[in-house]
Design a protein around this ligand. Structure first.
Ligand code: C2E
Ligand code: MG
Ligand code: MG
Ligand code: MG
Length: 277
């Protein structure tokens, strides 16, 4: 009896494992078609200047509008796309889409604000990143000063090559931001030599800001470090008034988080954007 139950359980586990594998396989097949079928969308999250309370930028965040599974967040498919190499094409779509959105808003006469896009490590290491970027900027005819690329500390680990790429991107006129600051493997050395404009404090430090004295100390130190190196500081994941007040009191420049807005589809963003100007 017990033995046969155990055996059944084993059979069930195998079936479940097969199901998981099938689901992943199907998702990958779908992901390969998603670009052609135009299923990706960008949502935009406002970034607010802490002194003026004004909108100063957006972060573009990708979502996948899956035909049967609904809206899939990047956490569920970016890793898969990195594993199968699709991330470079997807990342190019993101840049293209973000730039044409800037262009549309510019043509509609809206006061320009900055637009940040996330780069994946693979995309950063792709040889044609700089020429692709240059090409998109020329085609969309936007002022590159309004485009910011977010890289992570992992991308700074390629040493001289990373510096080389970042300098070329800077030369195009873009802004450069270090995302999820303080969570990666990198040494602080790159802050000295890399052309970085913004440091984004990871939301893991912001979320416990009012409860955990260690996070308070870390956030204060990041802000001081960034300012002494003449970089601006963006806090991500700001959810409460208390967190915002703390960040303001400690001269953090810009805030982004649910306290203001979640990442929103373009029509909802336009309502907010228009109301601000
Ligand atoms: P990230 O770049 O650090 O983006 C911030 C994430 O925090 C976003 O999650 C955003 O929705 C979320 N967030 C913002 N404010 C709050 C808040 O107040 N509370 C909480 N709990 N969360 C907040 P999302 O959109 O799910 O994106 C997750 C990650 O996926 C991003 O982290 C980024 O690493 C990656 N990602 C998103 N879009 C792209 C893309 O176009 N290309 C690449 N390569 N990666 C992307
Ligand atoms: Mg980001
Ligand atoms: Mg971030
Ligand atoms: Mg993050």
């Amino acid at each position: 009896q017990a033995k046969s139950q155990g055996k059944n359980r084993y059979v069930i586990h195998t079936a479940e494992l097969l199901n998981v594998m099938m689901d992943e396989y199907k998702l990958e097949v779908d992901l390969r078609r998603a670009l052609d079928k135009n299923e990706f969308v960008l949502h935009y999250q406002p970034q607010i200047n802490n002194c003026t309370g004004k909108l100063v930028g957006f972060e573009a965040l990708i979502r996948w509008q899956h035909p049967t599974l609904g809206l899939i967040p990047p956490g569920k498919f970016i890793k898969l796309a990195e594993e199968n190499g699709l991330i470079t094409q997807i990342g190019e779509w993101v840049i293209e889409e973000a730039c044409s959105q800037i262009k549309k808003w510019q043509d509609a006469g809206m006061t320009p604000v900055k637009m940040s896009v996330n780069l994946s490590t693979q995309q950063f290491l792709t040889r044609n990143l700089v020429s692709f970027m240059k090409n998109v900027l020329e085609r969309t005819a936007i002022d590159p000063a309004y485009l910011v690329v977010e890289i992570t500390e992992y991308m700074a680990m390629e040493g001289e090559y990373s510096i080389h790429v970042l300098k070329q991107l800077k030369a195009l006129g873009l802004g450069i931001s270090i995302d999820d600051f303080g969570t990666g493997y990198s040494s602080l050395n790159y802050l000295k030599n890399f052309p970085i404009d913004y440091i984004k404090i990871d939301k893991s430090f912001v979320s416990e800001l009012m409860n955990n004295e260690k996070d308070t100390i870390i956030v204060k130190a990041i802000i001081t470090l960034a300012h002494n190196l003449h970089k601006e500081v963006i806090a991500e994941g700001v959810e409460t008034k208390e967190q915002l007040d703390f960040l303001k009191d400690h001269q953090c420049d810009i805030s982004q988080g649910y306290y203001f807005n979640k990442p929103l589809p373009v029509d909802e963003i336009e309502t907010i954007y228009l109301a601000q100007h």
